[in-house]
Write a protein that binds this ligand. Sequence first.
Ligand code: FAD
Ligand code: NAD
Length: 474
Amino acid sequence: MASYDLAIIGSGSGNSLITPHWDNKRVALADKGIDATGAFGGTCLNVGCIPTKMFVRPSALARIPEEAARVGVTQQTLAADWPAIRDRVFARVDAISERGKEYRQELENVDLISEKVTLTSPKSFRTESGQDIEAEQLVIAAGSRPELPEVPGIELPQVHTSETVMRLETLPQRILIVGGGYIACEFAGIFSGLGSEVIQINRSEGLMNQLDHEISAAYSAEAQTNWTVRYERTLGAVEPSGEKVTAHLVTSDGRAEECEVDIVLVAIGRRPNSDLVGAEEAGLDLHPDGRIVVDEYQRVLSGGTPVEGLYALGDISSEPMLKHVANYEARVVAHNLENPQQLQPIQNLPIPSAVFSHPEIAQVGMTEHQAAASIGSENVTTKTQRYGDTAYGWAMEDTYGVFKVIADKRNGQLLGAHAMGYQASNLIQPVVHAMSFGQDAQTVARGQYWIHPALMEVTENALLGLDVPPPASV
Ligand SMILES: Cc1cc2nc3c(=O)[nH]c(=O)nc-3n(C[C@H](O)[C@H](O)[C@H](O)COP(=O)(O)OP(=O)(O)OC[C@H]3O[C@@H](n4cnc5c(N)ncnc54)[C@H](O)[C@@H]3O)c2cc1C
Ligand SMILES: NC(=O)c1ccc[n+]([C@@H]2O[C@H](COP(=O)([O-])OP(=O)(O)OC[C@H]3O[C@@H](n4cnc5c(N)ncnc54)[C@H](O)[C@@H]3O)[C@@H](O)[C@H]2O)c1
């Protein structure tokens, strides 16, 4: 049995835990590699946030002629060179992953274990090649993986997940996207912008249904204008059809439909990798959806009690599967590993997120429905500001952008914001800031200059439009 001061399972957010504090101590970092490529460095870098957004950008540029036409400029997108786009993305990403791995291999105090490992007790694990490792402190940061439906043909090479679809040889002419959440909507935006014919199906009515209803309805309507969307359908089977495949769909009332496409992208959710690390067998507490249970210090619970020196973070334990959530938890865990006598808890801050689709969506805090359930609908005030009713919106000739804020009518406390449109992920940040630091709507709207006529006036006007008590001064 090899003994370490610190062992980490997962080289995504887990990799950042190896701070200078561990320079003269022994650290083991285990990562089996991303399934599709064996790459080091986890989901965000290799198959998640970073490469997807590097595809979103060229896709958005390819759409510019539509926008230009609205303001009297004629432009044409002549081609989207898929191999060039793909190679630009992965030349950068693969190099970072490889350099990161080499760096870890070179460190004298770190042993990199490029194998799948399984817990043998809460603070020990065995590698696939049979090596046993124990550690004084252990962090499980083993992430999540795509959920796949158990349907005939799911193993066909034309059926992809987010882990493989960005490395396609050629741009598909016709693609079926299964799912109505983050991944499905981002890839529908990417592929339709680059020129593929996209057919997106979702099991339920509407896309991004967990969002504020006004935004999910507006997004669903807008998506229909950019690609084909069909609701109340699931994937029943996939069958080869020459180089293409025939996807057999089942409607919610049991009818069968067929659709011939080049590829199918399945994006129906991600499951935490707690089963891959053998968390349940090691006696760790799990939520019904498979996430490892942690306390406010990110310590893992076993039989309802925190295990000293055992932490989990990121997708394997957190409900929002978001990189900025995993990063924040990693900062807290890094502190707690180094200061076991002065543990710091996770702060209860509002967690924003964005869907980098076309259009872009961003949100923070409560939906209107949640706010009404929380403080009573009579105490809720909302304002939905159209981009098109602001000066920069006129410049853009914007037709669909909306920014909705929700506040407590009695005191102006901000409860949530929900936006859809150009740069929504940036426009929402002042509200994230205000909610995080406890600033009310009037303070944020009137307590600073807002640059005129910047697009950010959309956010300012939304805040000014709330029915909240007047400010102490103008
Ligand atoms: C397509 C896509 C786009 C996304 N875009 C965004 C975005 O724009 N913004 C955002 O905030 N979030 C985004 N996310 C989510 C974000 O990528 C994740 O929340 C984040 O990467 C999770 O980090 P992690 O450290 O928990 O896990 P990971 O980065 O997945 O790291 C876990 C590592 O553990 C390894 N591992 C698992 N089991 C074992 C085992 N038994 N033994 C050894 N190693 C093991 C895995 O190989 C993996 O490398 C996206 C996700 C996807 C899939
Ligand atoms: N920009 C970002 O921050 C970003 C981007 C991508 C992924 N992510 C993270 O990754 C997670 C996983 O993304 P995801 O899109 O796979 O999951 P998701 O939970 O966001 O969406 C899953 C969708 O699939 C649908 N669905 C489920 N089963 C189905 C079936 N059998 N047939 C048809 N539709 C079905 C659901 O109705 C839902 O619309 C997200 O929840 C998010 O946390 C974040």
